[in-house]
Design a protein around this ligand. Sequence first.
Ligand code: CA
Ligand code: CA
Ligand code: CA
Length: 267
Amino acid sequence: MKRLFLIGILLLVIIPPVHAADWIIDDSFIGGGYYTNQYPQNKVKKYYQKGGDVISAKKNVNIFDVDEMTVNIDNSGNVTVSIATDYSEAKGLGTEYGDLFISTDGWKPYGDSPYMEDTINKGETWEYVFDTSAFVSGTNQNPIYDTATGTFITSDDVHGGSSQPYHFRHDQEVLFAAGDPGDFSGTGAFYDDVDGILTYAFNLDDLGLSADEAQNLGFRWTMTCANDIIEGGVHWAPVPEPGTMLLLGMGLLGLGALGRKKQARSA
Ligand SMILES: [Ca+2]
Ligand SMILES: [Ca+2]
Ligand SMILES: [Ca+2]
């Protein structure tokens, strides 16, 4: 029994208490709606840079590039979504941060990577949206919207469709026109200009989900011109408390010991 106790203590040391999990979503998403005949005079004829997923004149590629998205969820259901991008509203490009689109039933893009035909009418349906601009400007302390109460705004709406000469892409959702914001209460959206990270914080509660149950989530972000889009999914599973793991370990060891006793008796 003393040995079992020691092994139990050892297990407690080996299995550290896990309070949070991180997922890094690489930007392998391009998406559809590229106007191949738009802007030919400026040589914007292909995707440049970093896997070729940015629509831009060559000199502006770095301004619009999205590198990756990091999702962190802790055992209390606190979620942070951090988007590494060089894009900043402070650069005065005439476009804005898009909203964070959230799916509560997994991530199912249309077609195969890099999803060149995925547009607003194809691919994932977003159940919630984190309204970036309303929150950043301090006018709305309840920035998470249930999308059943409003409509999506696309890159067409922002740029006036194909009539605008600088319009490269259509049919990509970029913002949400909210209805009633309801009682949701995300805790913040913040762009760190030094590190180039746009961070969103909220809780699974805000999405009507429980941290006690496994969840399949999807996320999407782009700027309102949709020159570079990132999408991806994560699978959240609650982690048992260390005490539970210790009991489980002791239980398994106990079963093992019982088995050995039985064997010894029958021998
Ligand atoms: Ca990119
Ligand atoms: Ca969905
Ligand atoms: Ca992309």
